[in-house]
Design a protein. Sequence first.
Length: 230
Amino acid sequence: MEILSFGDKGWGDELFIATLMTIAVAITAMIIGFLFALIFTPLKLSQNKFLNLISNTYTTIIRGVPELLVIYLFFFGGSGAIMFVARIFGYNDYIEINAFLTGAFSIGIISGAYSTEVFRGAIQSIDKGQFEACNVLGLKKYIYFFKVIMPQMLRLAIPNLSNVWQITLKDTSLISVTGLVEIMRQSYIAAGSTRDPLLFYSVAAVLYLMLTYLSMKLINKLEQNYSRGY
């Protein structure tokens, strides 16, 4: 198995770095997704029809189109949009968008659409008496949200957020089209260089399965922590 060893003769170190890149993109995308969810979940639950329309449009479009198309739109379309604006100010050279930021942002938007629905469902599953009790006690909205509602929401949301994380982790393979060297891109390069695609794509599958397994172990710990007393 010298071909998978670390050093000049093997691809082990390159695959290890690619795995770290996959983890970095997935975590960054998940954080971006949470930020989008924090913005659009209140809009989903708002009594204002216009705000509902904005949030529903976001979740419907993003969940309704292929993830690869979203990445293409932001990577190639985003570069074109920035160059168009730059030409207005007299800059005519080519502008290349950072592949890591574009990939993480694109996947983050996808993750945010699913996370929004997860948070919405979790909040709506909380007994209405909890909200009424907070109002009777005269608690300020930000206090009862962070002290009463959010802990219960997380308990209900974590099992479904684990699915969102799995989607996000696997979607990182799609950003190989941007040239970012993560697991799939590195496996493609190694397979082409050694003419042994079966080996390297099998290694890629094992790496994704390992990340998935370790993720599920961590998520199960979080679920147990937030489910204490139930």
